[in-house]
Design a protein around this ligand. Structure first.
Ligand SMILES: Nc1ncnc2c1ncn2[C@@H]1O[C@H](COP(=O)(O)OP(=O)(O)OP(=O)(O)O)[C@@H](O)[C@H]1O
Ligand SMILES: [Mg+2]
Length: 308
Protein backbone atom coordinates (compact mmCIF):
# COMPACT_ATOMS: atom_id res chain seq x y z
CA UNK A 1 0.00 0.00 0.00
CA UNK A 2 1.27 3.48 -0.84
CA UNK A 3 2.28 5.66 2.08
CA UNK A 4 0.36 8.85 2.78
CA UNK A 5 2.36 12.07 2.66
CA UNK A 6 -0.42 14.41 3.74
CA UNK A 7 -3.53 13.44 5.62
CA UNK A 8 -6.16 16.08 6.34
CA UNK A 9 -9.15 15.04 8.45
CA UNK A 10 -12.27 17.10 9.11
CA UNK A 11 -10.51 20.41 8.77
CA UNK A 12 -12.54 23.52 9.54
CA UNK A 13 -11.64 27.17 9.47
CA UNK A 14 -13.79 30.04 10.61
CA UNK A 15 -12.03 33.40 10.32
CA UNK A 16 -12.56 36.07 12.99
CA UNK A 17 -15.07 37.89 10.78
CA UNK A 18 -17.18 34.70 10.83
CA UNK A 19 -16.27 33.66 7.29
CA UNK A 20 -16.56 29.90 7.19
CA UNK A 21 -13.60 29.31 4.84
CA UNK A 22 -13.21 25.51 5.21
CA UNK A 23 -16.08 23.17 5.94
CA UNK A 24 -14.97 19.77 7.15
CA UNK A 25 -12.32 19.09 4.54
CA UNK A 26 -10.74 15.63 4.36
CA UNK A 27 -8.00 14.87 1.87
CA UNK A 28 -5.15 12.44 1.35
CA UNK A 29 -2.07 12.98 -0.78
CA UNK A 30 0.12 9.99 -1.48
CA UNK A 31 3.87 9.82 -1.08
CA UNK A 32 5.55 11.02 -4.29
CA UNK A 33 2.33 12.39 -5.77
CA UNK A 34 2.00 15.57 -7.79
CA UNK A 35 -1.31 16.95 -6.58
CA UNK A 36 -3.40 19.91 -7.74
CA UNK A 37 -5.76 21.84 -5.51
CA UNK A 38 -8.06 23.75 -7.82
CA UNK A 39 -11.00 26.04 -7.24
CA UNK A 40 -12.40 29.47 -8.08
CA UNK A 41 -11.27 32.65 -6.29
CA UNK A 42 -12.07 32.58 -2.60
CA UNK A 43 -12.69 28.82 -2.57
CA UNK A 44 -10.31 28.16 0.33
CA UNK A 45 -7.12 26.97 -1.41
CA UNK A 46 -4.71 29.39 0.29
CA UNK A 47 -6.44 28.87 3.61
CA UNK A 48 -5.90 25.09 3.33
CA UNK A 49 -2.27 25.52 2.35
CA UNK A 50 -1.71 28.17 5.01
CA UNK A 51 -2.99 25.79 7.70
CA UNK A 52 -0.83 22.91 6.46
CA UNK A 53 2.19 25.22 6.61
CA UNK A 54 1.21 26.40 10.12
CA UNK A 55 0.86 30.02 9.02
CA UNK A 56 -2.88 30.05 9.62
CA UNK A 57 -4.49 28.62 12.76
CA UNK A 58 -7.14 26.02 12.11
CA UNK A 59 -10.44 26.07 13.96
CA UNK A 60 -10.48 22.27 14.28
CA UNK A 61 -9.40 19.12 12.46
CA UNK A 62 -6.29 16.97 12.17
CA UNK A 63 -3.32 17.25 9.84
CA UNK A 64 -0.53 14.72 9.51
CA UNK A 65 2.56 15.29 7.37
CA UNK A 66 4.43 12.04 6.74
CA UNK A 67 2.54 10.62 9.71
CA UNK A 68 3.59 13.46 12.02
CA UNK A 69 0.68 15.27 13.64
CA UNK A 70 1.34 19.00 13.22
CA UNK A 71 -0.15 19.68 16.66
CA UNK A 72 2.03 17.10 18.39
CA UNK A 73 5.40 17.66 16.73
CA UNK A 74 5.13 20.93 14.97
CA UNK A 75 8.83 21.49 14.28
CA UNK A 76 9.39 18.03 12.79
CA UNK A 77 6.31 18.33 10.55
CA UNK A 78 7.51 21.75 9.44
CA UNK A 79 10.93 20.39 8.60
CA UNK A 80 9.37 18.04 6.06
CA UNK A 81 7.69 20.92 4.29
CA UNK A 82 8.71 23.61 1.83
CA UNK A 83 6.16 26.35 1.22
CA UNK A 84 5.86 28.99 -1.50
CA UNK A 85 3.24 31.64 -0.73
CA UNK A 86 0.82 33.19 -3.22
CA UNK A 87 2.01 36.72 -2.42
CA UNK A 88 5.65 37.86 -2.62
CA UNK A 89 7.00 37.69 0.92
CA UNK A 90 10.69 38.53 0.62
CA UNK A 91 12.72 41.14 2.45
CA UNK A 92 13.11 43.81 -0.23
CA UNK A 93 16.47 45.03 1.06
CA UNK A 94 18.28 41.74 1.46
CA UNK A 95 20.42 40.22 -1.28
CA UNK A 96 19.31 37.12 -3.13
CA UNK A 97 21.92 34.84 -1.56
CA UNK A 98 21.41 36.28 1.92
CA UNK A 99 17.73 35.42 1.74
CA UNK A 100 18.78 31.80 1.23
CA UNK A 101 21.56 31.82 3.85
CA UNK A 102 19.17 33.34 6.39
CA UNK A 103 16.65 30.61 5.63
CA UNK A 104 19.36 27.94 6.03
CA UNK A 105 20.17 29.54 9.41
CA UNK A 106 16.55 29.07 10.56
CA UNK A 107 16.99 25.37 9.99
CA UNK A 108 20.29 25.27 11.84
CA UNK A 109 22.67 25.07 8.87
CA UNK A 110 25.84 27.16 9.00
CA UNK A 111 26.83 29.31 6.04
CA UNK A 112 29.71 26.98 5.30
CA UNK A 113 27.67 23.81 5.17
CA UNK A 114 24.74 25.27 3.23
CA UNK A 115 26.81 27.09 0.60
CA UNK A 116 27.03 24.22 -1.86
CA UNK A 117 23.31 23.52 -1.78
CA UNK A 118 22.41 27.20 -2.03
CA UNK A 119 24.69 27.76 -5.02
CA UNK A 120 23.21 24.73 -6.72
CA UNK A 121 19.67 26.04 -6.16
CA UNK A 122 20.70 29.45 -7.50
CA UNK A 123 22.15 27.84 -10.60
CA UNK A 124 19.23 25.47 -11.15
CA UNK A 125 16.74 28.30 -10.83
CA UNK A 126 18.78 30.60 -13.03
CA UNK A 127 19.52 33.17 -10.33
CA UNK A 128 23.24 32.71 -9.88
CA UNK A 129 24.16 35.90 -11.70
CA UNK A 130 21.76 37.86 -9.52
CA UNK A 131 23.01 36.40 -6.23
CA UNK A 132 24.39 39.71 -4.96
CA UNK A 133 21.46 41.84 -6.11
CA UNK A 134 18.93 43.13 -3.61
CA UNK A 135 15.43 41.74 -3.92
CA UNK A 136 13.88 45.13 -4.72
CA UNK A 137 15.69 45.12 -8.04
CA UNK A 138 14.48 41.71 -9.16
CA UNK A 139 11.73 41.12 -11.72
CA UNK A 140 8.54 39.34 -10.68
CA UNK A 141 9.72 36.10 -12.28
CA UNK A 142 13.06 36.27 -10.43
CA UNK A 143 11.30 36.87 -7.11
CA UNK A 144 9.07 33.89 -7.71
CA UNK A 145 12.11 31.72 -8.49
CA UNK A 146 13.84 32.99 -5.36
CA UNK A 147 10.83 32.02 -3.25
CA UNK A 148 10.98 28.54 -4.73
CA UNK A 149 14.74 28.32 -4.00
CA UNK A 150 14.10 29.48 -0.44
CA UNK A 151 11.46 26.80 0.11
CA UNK A 152 13.96 24.13 -0.93
CA UNK A 153 16.99 25.22 1.12
CA UNK A 154 16.40 22.58 3.83
CA UNK A 155 15.67 19.89 1.24
CA UNK A 156 12.09 19.15 2.34
CA UNK A 157 10.28 15.95 1.35
CA UNK A 158 7.13 17.84 0.44
CA UNK A 159 6.72 21.08 -1.46
CA UNK A 160 3.54 23.15 -1.42
CA UNK A 161 3.20 25.96 -3.93
CA UNK A 162 0.35 28.47 -3.95
CA UNK A 163 -0.04 29.65 -7.56
CA UNK A 164 3.68 29.45 -8.37
CA UNK A 165 3.33 30.67 -11.94
CA UNK A 166 0.64 33.34 -11.61
CA UNK A 167 1.45 36.32 -13.80
CA UNK A 168 4.51 34.74 -15.45
CA UNK A 169 4.95 34.52 -19.22
CA UNK A 170 4.61 31.19 -20.99
CA UNK A 171 8.35 30.65 -21.36
CA UNK A 172 9.08 31.08 -17.67
CA UNK A 173 6.00 29.08 -16.79
CA UNK A 174 7.27 26.20 -18.90
CA UNK A 175 10.74 26.44 -17.33
CA UNK A 176 9.19 26.20 -13.88
CA UNK A 177 6.99 23.30 -14.98
CA UNK A 178 10.13 21.43 -16.07
CA UNK A 179 11.83 22.28 -12.80
CA UNK A 180 8.88 21.07 -10.69
CA UNK A 181 8.48 17.98 -12.87
CA UNK A 182 12.11 17.03 -12.20
CA UNK A 183 11.83 17.67 -8.47
CA UNK A 184 8.96 15.22 -8.38
CA UNK A 185 10.41 12.66 -10.75
CA UNK A 186 14.11 12.65 -9.86
CA UNK A 187 14.15 13.89 -6.28
CA UNK A 188 10.90 12.09 -5.41
CA UNK A 189 9.41 15.12 -3.72
CA UNK A 190 5.69 15.12 -3.06
CA UNK A 191 4.34 18.30 -4.63
CA UNK A 192 1.02 20.05 -4.06
CA UNK A 193 0.12 23.14 -6.03
CA UNK A 194 -2.77 25.46 -6.58
CA UNK A 195 -3.20 27.09 -9.94
CA UNK A 196 -5.64 28.94 -12.13
CA UNK A 197 -4.09 27.42 -15.26
CA UNK A 198 -5.67 24.10 -16.11
CA UNK A 199 -2.76 23.46 -18.51
CA UNK A 200 -0.40 23.57 -15.54
CA UNK A 201 -2.33 20.99 -13.53
CA UNK A 202 -2.82 18.97 -16.69
CA UNK A 203 0.89 18.88 -17.55
CA UNK A 204 2.13 18.09 -14.08
CA UNK A 205 -0.41 16.59 -11.74
CA UNK A 206 -1.61 13.03 -11.32
CA UNK A 207 -4.34 13.70 -8.79
CA UNK A 208 -6.61 16.60 -8.14
CA UNK A 209 -9.09 18.00 -5.63
CA UNK A 210 -11.54 20.73 -6.49
CA UNK A 211 -12.72 22.99 -3.73
CA UNK A 212 -15.60 25.41 -3.81
CA UNK A 213 -16.82 27.61 -0.97
CA UNK A 214 -14.76 25.59 1.50
CA UNK A 215 -16.05 22.18 0.41
CA UNK A 216 -14.20 19.53 -1.61
CA UNK A 217 -16.55 18.84 -4.49
CA UNK A 218 -14.29 16.49 -6.44
CA UNK A 219 -11.24 14.38 -5.63
CA UNK A 220 -10.04 12.26 -8.51
CA UNK A 221 -7.26 11.60 -10.98
CA UNK A 222 -6.31 14.30 -13.46
CA UNK A 223 -6.94 11.85 -16.25
CA UNK A 224 -10.53 11.18 -15.32
CA UNK A 225 -11.19 14.87 -14.83
CA UNK A 226 -9.86 15.67 -18.30
CA UNK A 227 -12.09 13.02 -19.83
CA UNK A 228 -15.05 15.15 -18.84
CA UNK A 229 -13.86 18.07 -20.91
CA UNK A 230 -14.94 18.09 -24.53
CA UNK A 231 -12.75 19.21 -27.38
CA UNK A 232 -10.91 22.37 -26.48
CA UNK A 233 -9.42 25.07 -28.60
CA UNK A 234 -6.30 27.15 -28.10
CA UNK A 235 -4.65 29.95 -30.00
CA UNK A 236 -0.94 29.61 -30.16
CA UNK A 237 1.72 32.08 -31.19
CA UNK A 238 5.28 31.00 -32.00
CA UNK A 239 8.65 32.71 -32.15
CA UNK A 240 9.80 30.69 -35.16
CA UNK A 241 7.76 30.42 -38.36
CA UNK A 242 5.48 27.43 -38.63
CA UNK A 243 6.70 25.86 -41.83
CA UNK A 244 5.51 22.30 -41.53
CA UNK A 245 2.55 21.63 -39.31
CA UNK A 246 3.37 18.61 -37.13
CA UNK A 247 1.01 15.67 -37.20
CA UNK A 248 -0.18 14.77 -33.70
CA UNK A 249 -2.79 12.15 -32.84
CA UNK A 250 -5.98 13.67 -31.42
CA UNK A 251 -4.89 17.19 -32.35
CA UNK A 252 -6.12 19.42 -35.15
CA UNK A 253 -3.85 22.32 -36.06
CA UNK A 254 -5.03 25.10 -38.32
CA UNK A 255 -2.48 27.66 -39.45
CA UNK A 256 -3.63 31.29 -39.22
CA UNK A 257 -0.41 32.86 -40.47
CA UNK A 258 3.33 32.04 -40.24
CA UNK A 259 3.43 32.55 -36.48
CA UNK A 260 -0.10 31.79 -35.36
CA UNK A 261 -2.26 28.72 -35.32
CA UNK A 262 -5.47 27.40 -33.86
CA UNK A 263 -5.23 24.06 -32.06
CA UNK A 264 -8.15 21.79 -31.21
CA UNK A 265 -7.62 18.94 -28.78
CA UNK A 266 -9.91 15.92 -28.74
CA UNK A 267 -11.32 14.74 -25.43
CA UNK A 268 -8.59 13.06 -23.35
CA UNK A 269 -5.65 14.44 -25.38
CA UNK A 270 -3.02 16.09 -23.24
CA UNK A 271 -1.67 19.52 -23.98
CA UNK A 272 1.71 18.15 -23.01
CA UNK A 273 1.88 16.27 -26.31
CA UNK A 274 1.84 19.55 -28.20
CA UNK A 275 4.59 21.04 -26.09
CA UNK A 276 6.74 17.96 -26.62
CA UNK A 277 6.34 18.00 -30.41
CA UNK A 278 6.95 21.75 -30.69
CA UNK A 279 10.04 21.41 -28.49
CA UNK A 280 11.33 18.64 -30.75
CA UNK A 281 10.85 20.70 -33.89
CA UNK A 282 12.54 23.66 -32.12
CA UNK A 283 9.53 25.90 -32.50
CA UNK A 284 9.33 28.13 -29.45
CA UNK A 285 5.86 28.95 -28.16
CA UNK A 286 5.51 32.57 -27.06
CA UNK A 287 1.87 32.63 -26.08
CA UNK A 288 -0.95 30.23 -25.52
CA UNK A 289 -4.49 31.42 -25.12
CA UNK A 290 -7.67 29.49 -24.45
CA UNK A 291 -10.59 30.19 -26.73
CA UNK A 292 -12.70 29.97 -23.60
CA UNK A 293 -11.55 29.36 -20.06
CA UNK A 294 -11.77 25.58 -19.70
CA UNK A 295 -11.16 25.67 -15.98
CA UNK A 296 -13.93 28.20 -15.39
CA UNK A 297 -16.28 26.10 -17.51
CA UNK A 298 -15.41 22.98 -15.61
CA UNK A 299 -15.91 24.70 -12.24
CA UNK A 300 -19.33 25.91 -13.34
CA UNK A 301 -20.33 22.39 -14.45
CA UNK A 302 -19.04 20.71 -11.31
CA UNK A 303 -20.58 23.30 -9.00
CA UNK A 304 -23.94 22.89 -10.78
CA UNK A 305 -23.74 19.11 -10.47
CA UNK A 306 -22.79 19.31 -6.83
CA UNK A 307 -25.89 21.37 -6.07
CA UNK A 308 -28.25 18.73 -7.45
N1 LIG B 1 -7.26 36.65 6.93
C1 LIG B 1 -8.54 36.49 6.57
N2 LIG B 1 -9.53 37.01 7.31
C2 LIG B 1 -10.82 36.84 6.97
N3 LIG B 1 -11.25 36.15 5.88
C3 LIG B 1 -10.30 35.61 5.12
C4 LIG B 1 -8.90 35.75 5.40
N4 LIG B 1 -8.20 35.10 4.44
C5 LIG B 1 -9.11 34.58 3.59
N5 LIG B 1 -10.37 34.88 3.99
C6 LIG B 1 -11.61 34.45 3.33
O1 LIG B 1 -11.64 33.04 3.27
C7 LIG B 1 -12.16 32.58 2.03
C8 LIG B 1 -11.15 31.69 1.32
O2 LIG B 1 -10.02 32.48 0.95
P1 LIG B 1 -8.69 31.85 0.31
O3 LIG B 1 -7.68 32.94 0.27
O4 LIG B 1 -8.36 30.63 1.05
O5 LIG B 1 -9.20 31.50 -1.15
P2 LIG B 1 -8.38 30.98 -2.44
O6 LIG B 1 -9.07 29.76 -2.89
O7 LIG B 1 -6.95 30.89 -2.13
O8 LIG B 1 -8.66 32.15 -3.49
P3 LIG B 1 -7.71 32.77 -4.67
O9 LIG B 1 -7.84 31.83 -5.83
O10 LIG B 1 -8.35 34.08 -4.95
O11 LIG B 1 -6.32 32.88 -4.15
C9 LIG B 1 -12.53 33.83 1.24
O12 LIG B 1 -13.89 34.09 1.45
C10 LIG B 1 -11.68 34.91 1.88
O13 LIG B 1 -12.28 36.18 1.79
MG1 LIG C 1 -5.29 31.84 -2.86
Amino acid sequence: MKKIALNIKNLNKIYKNNIFALKNISLKVLYGDFFALLGPNGAGKSTTIGIISSLIKKTCGKIKIFDIDIDKNHSKAKYYLGYVAQEYNLNQFETVENILFTQAGYYGFSKKCSKERIYKLLKDLNLFKQREMIVRKLSGGMKRRLMIARSLVHNPKMLILDEPTAGLDIELRKTLWDYMYNLNKNEKKTIILTTHYLEEAESLCRNVAIINKGIIIKNTTMQSLLKKIDETTFFLETKHPLQKIPNIKGVKIKKKDSYKCKISLKKGTKLNEIFKIFDKTKIEIVSLRNKSNRLEKMFVNLIEKHKT
